[in-house]
Design a protein around this ligand. Structure first.
Ligand code: ADP
Ligand code: MG
Length: 319
C-alpha cells in the first residue's frame, strides 16, 4: 500500500495558541480521507501545512512521495487545492479564470484553453463561462474553484470544507464531482464539519478536535465504537404500547422508551443480528400488530457527541 499523504506529529502554534498538538495521518493512494472536526479544530492549518503554504513548528509530512518542507516544489506540482475562501478572481469570467490558472501552472496557451473547456463542460458551467465570476452563486463559485484545482490533473487533491455554506442541491452536485475524481484515481483529503459529508465521501475518517486526532477509522468502525443498534417499532394500537415494551425486554432489550407520539418504542439491542430476530419473535408471540419495525445504526453525530461531549449538527454548527 503506497501512501499519497503521510503526516507525523504536526504541531503549530499561533502566538499563545497551540492550533495543532501533534497530528498524525495517512492517506493511502487512491482513497479518500475525511478530516472531520468543528470550527477551529485545526483542519485548515493541517491542510495549509500539507500543501506547503505553512511550515509546521514540529513534525514532518510527505505528499505524493515528497517532503513538504524539503521538496515543496515537487509537492506543489502534484497537488490541487480547493479552499474555503475561493481563489478565483471575481472580475474575470469563469473561462478566463481557468485559463489563467492553466497559464500559472505553465500548461501552455493551447492546453490551458482546451482543459478549461473540458472542465467548464464537466462542471456544468458552460452557460456561465463568459460572465464575471463575481455574479456567480456560491455553488457555482465552489464548482469553479474545484475545476481550477483540477486544471493540471493533480494526483492528490486537497479540499478544505468544499461545501460549507452551500445548499443541499449544490452539495450533492459537488459530492458527485468529487466522486468522479476519485473514480479516476485521484487521492483526496477532504476536511468537513458535516458528518454526512464524511460518511458519504470518505473511505476513512479522522476526527480532530482542538488540534488533536481523537478518533479514526472507517465510518462504520467509528459508528460501532459508540454504540449498538437501536430498534424502533411503531405499534398499531397505542393502548398496547406497554405490552410491546415488555415483549422487547423479554427479548433482551435495554430500557425501552416510548416516543412522544405514544406509539413508538425505542430500544437498544444486544450486538448482532440474532437480537433483532428475537425482538421480532417476541413481538409476534405477543400478537403485536406493528406499523413499522426499523433497526437504526448509531450515526456519526452519536460518535462525535460521545467523543467530544459536543454536538455537531448536520448544518455544521457546533453546539
Ligand atoms: N494565522 C493564524 N493566526 C492566529 N491564529 C490562527 C491562524 N490560523 C488559525 N488560527 C487559529 O488556530 C486554530 C485552528 O484554526 P483552523 O486550522 O483554521 O481551524 P478549522 O479549519 O478547523 O476551523 C483556531 O483557533 C484559529 O483561530
Ligand atoms: Mg478551516
Amino acid at each position: 500500500m503506497s501512501l499519497a499523504v503521510e503526516a507525523e506529529g504536526l504541531k503549530k502554534k499561533f502566538g499563545d495558541h497551540q492550533a495543532l498538538r501533534g497530528v498524525d495521518l495517512e492517506v493511502p493512494t487512491g482513497t479518500v480521507l475525511g478530516v472531520l472536526g468543528p470550527n477551529g479544530a485545526g483542519k485548515t492549518t493541517t491542510v495549509r501545512i500539507l500543501t506547503t503554504l505553512l511550515e509546521p513548528d514540529e513534525g514532518r509530512a510527505r505528499v505524493a512521495g515528497y517532503d513538504v518542507a524539503l521538496q515543496a516544489h515537487q509537492v506543489r506540482s502534484r497537488i490541487g487545492l480547493a479552499g474555503q475562501s475561493t481563489a478565483v478572481d471575481a472580475r474575470l469570467t469563469g473561462r478566463e479564470n481557468l485559463r489563467l490558472v492553466g497559464r500559472l501552472y505553465r500548461l501552455g496557451r493551447r492546453e490551458s484553453c482546451a482543459r478549461a473547456e473540458e472542465l467548464l463542460t464537466q462542471f456544468d458551467l458552460l452557460d456561465a463561462a463568459d460572465r464575471p465570476t463575481g455574479t456567480y452563486s456560491g455553488g457555482m463559485r465552489r464548482r469553479l474553484d474545484l475545476a481550477a484545482s483540477l486544471m493540471v490533473r493533480p494526483p492528490v487533491l486537497f479540499l478544505d470544507e468544499p461545501t460549507t455554506g452551500l445548499d443541499i442541491t449544490s452539495r450533492l452536485l459537488l459530492w458527485g464531482m468529487v466522486r468522479e475524481q476519485v473514480a479516476a484515481g485521484t487521492t483526496v483529503l477532504l476536511t468537513t464539519q458535516y458528518l454526512e459529508e464524511a460518511d458519504h465521501l470518505a473511505d476513512r475518517i479522522v476526527i480532530i478536535d482542538s488540534g488533536q486526532v481523537i478518533a479514526e477509522g472507517t465510518p462504520e468502525e467509528l459508528k460501532r465504537k459508540v454504540g449498538r443498534d437501536r430498534l424502533e417499532v411503531v405499534v398499531a394500537d397505542p393502548g398496547r404500547v406497554m405490552e410491546a415494551r415488555s415483549a422487547l425486554v423479554r427479548a433482551g432489550g435495554d430500557e425501552p422508551v416510548t416516543g412522544a407520539d405514544g406509539r413508538t418504542v425505542l430500544v437498544t439491542l444486544p450486538d448482532g443480528v440474532a437480537a433483532i430476530g428475537e425482538a421480532a419473535a417476541a413481538l409476534a408471540e405477543a400478537d403485536m400488530e406493528l406499523t413499522s419495525f426499523v433497526v437504526r445504526q448509531p450515526s456519526l453525530d452519536d460518535v462525535f457527541l460521545a467523543l467530544t461531549g459536543a454536538q455537531v449538527t448536520t448544518d455544521g454548527s457546533a453546539a
